[in-house]
Design a protein around this ligand. Sequence first.
Ligand code: F6R
Length: 259
Amino acid sequence: MEVVIVPTADDAARVVAGVVIRLVTARPAVLGLATGSSPLGTYRRIVDEHRAGRVSFAACDAVLLDEYVGLAPDHPETYRAVIRRDFTDHIDLAPERLHGPDVWAADLPAACARYDGLLAGLGGVDLQLLGIGADGHVGFNEPGSSLRSRTRVKTLTKATRTDNARFFASADEVPRHVLTQGLVTISDARHLVLLAIGERKAVPVARAVEGPITASCPASVIQLHPHATVVLDEAAAGELELADYYREAYAGKPSWQAL
Ligand code: F6R
């Protein structure tokens, strides 16, 4: 696991956008996309690079981490709609190459199994972008999630529904259920990039990076991954015990060693 601490949210977005662009420029890739506020700056930078003609996604696929259950397919807050609005409608990714779990299927467990099969059929995810919830969730794997989980139905905690109420008219409108990639599904990606911004994320980041690996902090599974990069602004790094070491390691990173 590599922890990269940079001064500002903008610097963090630049680092993460650089990792995505380097991958996509090297080969057709399968990108795992997260919704939420954390990756917005990254998506804006990538869109700018695309508009400047420096990166193309025409040969790529993209997959969603999670999706609400119970919203109408044309609801503006489905994660498919959000990711299209915030990112993929502004690049040359073919709409049919943006994949998500089928939350409108009659048989949701079967839809979850199909989604895991689809990810495998694409050859696996090359790079999975992740945010982290205030309660330590990744995707919508809330505390208590099995460390061996695959894509399945989860119930959101009250805290997560309250957090996400900002996108809805009221907290009551936030769905209670979601389909989310499980912790094993997420960990199957070849590279995990977790991005966290702001003081509110300092405690969950410290638990995920330096605490025990536990279902109580699902993001702590990143410690088991052979290629995990955690990109933080200074505020999100505020509770890390080894912050000076991470800064020193990144400052002295050899030029031949990519993130
Ligand atoms: C989004 C997702 C969530 C968010 C997390 C942080 O697809 O799966 O895990 O990444 O809730 O959200 P923000 O970035 O809004 O703080």
